[in-house]
Design a binder for this molecule. Structure first.
Ligand code: SAH
Length: 372
């Protein structure tokens, strides 16, 4: 139960992010019948640009009362940028004047109607991040706070208002570490996949983690059916610790054990993410170790070109990272294929507007909604 379900404690009470049971408690607490909860729940997640006035199932007096007591949305879109490749980056302001970014990526493959087959939304789960991965721009923001479930879902609802076709996939790969905001992330998943909203199927949602093992065990024990991706990025503990300080706490062996446990409990193959960094993790030995690390359970490897983060003014090792040159990138790719690894190359959509993986750092905060 959300501890703040009391409309009297807050100037305005946020309604997005509550499960039907909590909405029922809210309505009871303001002297209204419980069945209003499911009516509102459905409208919240299935109507575009909902306002209290348009909830015509409710008597006018109730609509006015709700408008006085509660908020439907708390995020404000303050900037929208579109890349030449169709990727859209949204800048949202939060109720406490902090900001987050969300990215909508159309797939390159077109469906029968000539529009992209998939539209994937990359959502943020925290304002900033505490993990300090050396290759990631979000690290420059430090950790500010967790997002609420409502703030996570609102990214989806508000982004959907900007595209005609439905968003088909969602990845927790924006700002932050989703496993360190586990409860709110899972609550958002429950609402997005709820039979009354049918916004997304659970297998169209992917949670990417830097390797917070407690979260992996928890997902396994709770038999979560969303997909799991792991930011691996190195094949030895030394290199991984240099790139990702979290590896000191949870090393490669423990990570491998957690992934195996997860697979045994859920039967869902995992995805390993691997950024190729020039001279750091892109040698033949790495390819062989990567094969050994990833063959423990059915899995695939996503090779990711390193997206520059110079605009964050990186220091130390972070300033020395360079992308593996294309020829070696594809040689590494072929070597993994030869070794029997299922391997894909992740596209770098949105690089021109700092919207590609690992580039979310509120790099251009001035507002303005570009026409597109
Ligand atoms: N904290 C989570 C989710 C956010 S990062 C995690 O670590 O998985 C989302 C993805 O972007 C991860 O695979 C991450 O490793 C990758 N990424 C981060 N910085 C990057 C960069 N500069 N270039 C390419 N990919 C990057």
């Amino acid at each position: 139960m959300n501890t703040c379900v009391s409309p009297h404690q807050h100037a305005k009470f946020p309604l997005t992010g509550l499960v039907p049971q909590e909405l029922a408690e809210f309505f009871v607490s303001i002297g209204e019948p419980q069945y209003r909860a499911l009516q509102l729940f459905k409208r919240l997640y299935t109507s575009q640009q909902l306002s209290f006035e348009t909830i015509t199932e409710f008597p006018i007096a109730l609509r006015q009362r709700l408008a006085d007591l509660a908020h439907l949305y708390t995020l404000t879109l303050t900037k929208l940028q579109q890349s030449y490749d169709g990727t859209i980056k949204f800048l949202f302001h939060l109720h406490d004047a902090r900001s987050i970014e969300t990215v909508l990526i159309p797939s390159e493959i077109l469906g029968n109607n000539g529009t992209p087959k998939r539209r994937t939304l990359c959502v943020s789960t925290q304002v900033g991040c505490s993990l300090n991965c050396k290759f990631c721009a979000t690290a420059s923001l430090k950790m500010k706070r967790n997002l609420s479930a409502g703030e996570i879902i609102e990214q989806f609802l508000l982004a959907q208002q900007h595209v005609r076709e439905p968003i088909t996939n969602l990845v927790f790969m924006g700002m932050g570490e989703p496993m360190l905001n586990y409860d709110n992330v899972m609550r958002a998943v429950e609402i997005l996949t709820h039979p009354a909203t049918k916004l997304l199927g659970s297998r169209r949602i992917t949670l990417s983690t830097a390797g917070i093992i407690d979260g992996i065990y928890r997902m396994a024990d709770e038999r979560r059916t969303i997909k799991l991706a792991l930011s691996l990025h190195a094949t030895t503990d030394d290199v991984r610790t240099m790139l990702m300080p979290i590896n000191k706490k949870y090393n490669l062996r423990e990570l491998g054990n957690a992934v195996e446990y997860y697979y045994r409990k859920t039967g869902i193959p995992v995805t390993y993410e691997y950024i190729l960094l020039d001279g750091i993790n892109d040698r033949d030995d790495d390819a062989r170790r990567l094969q050994r690390l990833t063959r423990r359970v059915p899995s695939k490897v996503n090779l990711i070109p390193f997206h520059p983060i110079d605009f964050t003014n990186p220091q130390g090792i972070a300033a020395q990272l360079r992308p593996t040159p294309p020829q070696r990138f594809y040689a590494f790719h072929s070597r993994l294929r030869e070794l029997g690894v299922t391997v894909m190359v992740r596209s770098s959509s949105g690089k021109d507007i700092h919207a590609a993986c690992g580039q979310l750092a509120l790099s251009n905060l001035s507002s303005g909604i570009a026409a597109y």
